[in-house]
Design a binder for this molecule. Structure first.
Ligand SMILES: Cc1cc2nc3c(=O)[nH]c(=O)nc-3n(C[C@H](O)[C@H](O)[C@H](O)COP(=O)(O)OP(=O)(O)OC[C@H]3O[C@@H](n4cnc5c(N)ncnc54)[C@H](O)[C@@H]3O)c2cc1C
Length: 230
């Protein structure tokens, strides 16, 4: 894994208490949609374990900038320091890392199941797929507490309107409850030989694995990324 110097470009809110940070893309840095980076602060706060965090890239490879997104609510010292940086601040990036990338067999559909901020690796895959006009069925179920907590909701709805191969279901746990086998079955319907991708808090990913196993999905058809720290 290589280390690169990057510059903060800025941040914007993408849901209540959720910020997306954009950075310059260093020459020579290449990644696949779904991969993550380690982001290192040049001048970390004194609190223990505040120098670096792992984030999935939200931006797609075709984009000129890099972007990540994170929930700020509890706000560790690392996250507070990141939020306080001014545009132009230097950071380091190490990576890319991770193997949860979209399968190449285009005849098989992909079903993304995102818990909260677990949407990030799928944003990169969906943006790149729309850019490439990928001929592959992509289905997304995202689960958040409330509508206002749902990151990138407007962009996702736009992508679904523009791309006939992409459908999404946005569920709110406050009103709809958790995603269960019936929700998945009725949404996925007869999509061809789906491969499932799970991302989010470890408890959510483990619960979804159990639901899929109970529904007869083989472990070989499930990929996942657990976001420790949630
Ligand atoms: C591959 C990958 C991709 C990720 N992508 C994103 C993303 O796109 N957006 C995002 O917001 N977060 C992502 N995360 C999680 C992220 O790295 C942070 O852990 C999370 O954002 C919480 O950060 P924090 O500073 O608020 O809390 P932290 O201080 O990091 O963590 C809070 C609690 O989690 C525990 N913890 C932290 N790391 C681990 C670990 N490795 N194993 C077990 N326990 C641990 C700590 O002990 C602490 O109790 C990703 C993690 C991984 C591994």
């Amino acid at each position: 894994m290589s280390t690169y110097e990057i510059l903060l470009k800025g941040h914007r809110e993408v849901a209540a208490g959720t910020l997306a940070f954009s950075f310059t893309k260093p020459p020579g840095f290449a990644f696949k949609p779904g991969q993550a980076i380690t982001l290192l602060l040049a001048d970390p706060p004194l609190e223990a374990n505040s120098r670096q965090r792992i984030f999935s890239l939200v931006s797609a490879p075709f984009e000129a900038e890099l972007a990540i997104a994170t929930r700020m609510r509890e706000g560790s010292a690392f996250k507070r320091a990141l939020k306080n940086l001014q545009p132009g601040a230097k950071l380091q990036l190490r990576g890319p890392r991770g193997t949860m990338t979209l399968h190449e067999e285009r005849s098989r559909s992909a079903v993304f199941i995102a818990g909260g901020i677990g949407i990030t690796p799928f944003m990169s895959m969906l943006r790149q797929a729309a850019h490439d006009r990928l001929a592959q069925r992509l289905l997304l179920i995202c689960s958040n507490r409330r509508r206002e907590d749902t990151p990138f909701l407007a962009e996702l709805r736009d992508l679904a309107r523009q791309d006939g191969n992409f459908r999404m279901l946005s569920r709110m746990t406050d009103t709809d409850g958790f995603i269960d086998a019936e929700t998945i079955r009725s949404f996925v319907g007869d999509a061809a030989a789906p491969i499932y991708y799970l991302a989010g808090p470890p408890a959510m990913v483990d619960a979804m694995k159990a639901v899929l196993r109970g529904a007869g999905v083989g472990d070989g058809d499930v990929q996942s990324e657990q976001f420790y720290g949630y």
